[in-house]
Write a new protein. Structure first.
Length: 91
């Protein structure tokens, strides 16, 4: 399931992404408050909002998964991203 999730991200397939996430998900994207998709998201609807905010505000220049930790129904992913802001084209 985790692999299917990241494959859907690479395809930019929002429906596919959401199909890999539990309804009661807790999703965190730690970043400065100025980032429109930073914060803690609880529930599938708010995680959908997270992905919509990412797609509408930045160009994803790099997305790399470095490590995935899975235990039972919990997955934690460490990686790196590089974005450019759509409004300014600055990274």
């Amino acid at each position: 399931m985790v692999q299917a999730h990241y494959e859907a991200i690479k395809r930019r397939d929002l429906t596919g992404i959401l199909q890999t996430i539990a309804e009661d998900v807790i999703w965190e994207f730690p970043a400065p408050a100025i980032v429109p998709f930073s914060g803690l998201f609880e529930g599938l609807g708010t995680v959908r909002d997270f992905f919509v905010a990412v797609g509408s505000s930045v160009y994803v220049r790099e997305f790399a998964v470095e490590r995935i930790f899975v235990e039972n129904e919990t997955a934690i992913t460490l990686g790196r991203e590089r974005f450019a802001v759509k409004a300014t084209h600055q990274e």
